[in-house]
Design a protein around this ligand. Sequence first.
Ligand code: NAP
Length: 284
Amino acid sequence: MEYVTLNNGVRMPILGYGVYQIPDQEECERCVLDAIETGYRSIDTAQAYRNEEAVGRAIKRSGVPREEFFITTKVWISNAGYEQAKASIQESLRKLQLDYLDLLLIHQPFGDYYGTYRAMEELYEAGILKAIGVSNFYPDRYIDLVQFNKVVPAVNQVETHVFNQQHQAQEIMQKYNTQIESWGPFAEGRKDLFANPTLQEIGSRYNKTTAQVALRFLIQRGVVVIPKTVSKDRMEINFNVFDFVLSAADMEQITALDTGESVFFSHYDPQTVEALTGYGKQGL
Ligand code: NAP
């Protein structure tokens, strides 16, 4: 495994396993156990995924020492604000059966996330959170948060894949010393990513799949990746990306796939913001 070093010295695996859209508790527990057996030690969950308990059970059942793991969860919009966020973090710890988190993120830049961040800073100072950060903070809100808080976010998790490469956002994060982390490293298969001819052609020269090339491209750019799959075979495929190096010409060819746009929704689009905040207000 390769690691990145966060702005506070904490080491984070550059490859982890994400559990979004695995709401069934038994299925999620099985998936996380399979991922741990495959070698993954970084697990990315969230309050909104409703599977923190399953993740916690899998970690316990695996028998792997706690200190080998890097566990991330995220505070949902409905838990925004100092008091509520603080209580929700304790609830996440209880569900995960953990007494500390390696990384806690604000899931979305909506609601009283300044209050949330103050609660996170406090728990960070207390050592309960080893690192704190944000998710879906685009350059405008990200810079604002950095400018008016003590602790610079260690990580910003944003949609990043071959079709939406986030070069400008990455540069801005580098300027303030925040690690970029990709969500949706396969764009969830949209735009036919797994059959993309450029990725296929490059993969064939290294005897690698399109999925492996898509992950390797991000890793070589220093982007942390957390691919999701429920299939153990695919977990192994996605884990097996450290034995080849894409050439500068390959990297350039893949860079040309960038559209500079989300394949899901834009956090700048009023309708999306209305939908997300409306959903957030409903609670979990
Ligand atoms: P993703 O990892 O881009 O794509 C997952 C999809 O790709 C699934 O349909 C999976 O199918 C398929 N897949 C995985 N490996 C494959 C392979 N080797 N070959 C072919 N198909 C493959 O999507 P994601 O789950 O949205 O993103 C990853 C993680 O990022 C999430 O699990 C979550 O932890 C995080 N995330 C965060 C946010 C946020 O707002 N912060 C948003 C979205 C996601 P199968 O499962 O059927 O194999």
